[in-house]
Design a protein. Structure first.
Length: 213
């Protein structure tokens, strides 16, 4: 059976996005500062179709996160396009242009039905209106023995943790204080965790956990 996991960067006060999220600032005020350690890496820039970049202790962590993924699950806000019905002029196609970086099926949780959206490079977005359990089931079915990754946002991560779907996760702790915003680990019940590893790197510390059943 596939493993369900996520990796998310959080501020030292526990937020993965700052306050006042919008189409102009999808990570909220100050949220972009969380990912400065990531966007300078060669491995991240290569996956985004960009050149240059550096290699450091974080590179292996990102490579491992990108490996052996059979499907992704994300929320409507992570996919973008605002709230409410999708509209038709034309409907939002995601933050990533015509060639998203996922390369496998992506299951988007939404309250508003929509036909599946095939993109270049192997990514197809499927829109799930039946809740997080159904999204995880569909993702597991197509992933087979490969991993299912929860791409975000915070609300979907919380739903998956509360429902017992998550097997392991990695927190990238950035030396940033946001003060408000979205916390992925708020109100997730009485989780029992085992720390697997901790890796110190420039601008970030990577800490991995296994969820104990």
């Amino acid at each position: 059976m596939s493993v369900v996991r996520f990796m998310v960067t959080v501020s030292i006060d526990g937020y993965m996005a700052g306050p006042d999220q919008s189409l102009e600032e999808p990570l909220g005020v100050g949220g972009e500062d969380l990912h400065r350690w990531l966007t300078e890496l060669e491995v991240w820039r290569r996956a985004a179709g960009l050149g240059g970049g550096i290699t450091n202790a974080s590179s292996r962590v990102v490579e491992e996160a990108q490996a052996d993924v059979g499907a992704y699950v994300m929320g409507r806000n992570m996919f973008g396009g605002g709230r409410g019905p999708w509209g038709d002029d034309p409907p939002w196609r995601g933050w990533w242009g015509d060639d998203p970086p996922y390369r496998v099926p992506v299951f988007v949780l939404t309250h508003h039905p929509r036909e599946s959206l095939p993109m270049e490079g192997g990514t197809t977005f499927h829109f799930v209106t039946a809740g997080v359990d159904r999204a995880i089931d569909q993702a597991r079915e197509v992933a087979r023995d490969r991993d299912v990754v929860i791409a975000g946002g915070a609300d979907v991560i919380r739903q998956c943790l509360r429902a017992g779907h998550v097997d392991r996760f990695e927190l990238n702790l950035a030396p940033v204080i946001l003060g408000a915003g979205e916390r992925p680990l708020a109100d997730v019940g009485d989780l029992r965790l085992e720390q697997i590893r901790a890796i110190e790197a420039p601008r970030v510390t990577h800490v991995s956990y296994r969820v104990l059943r």
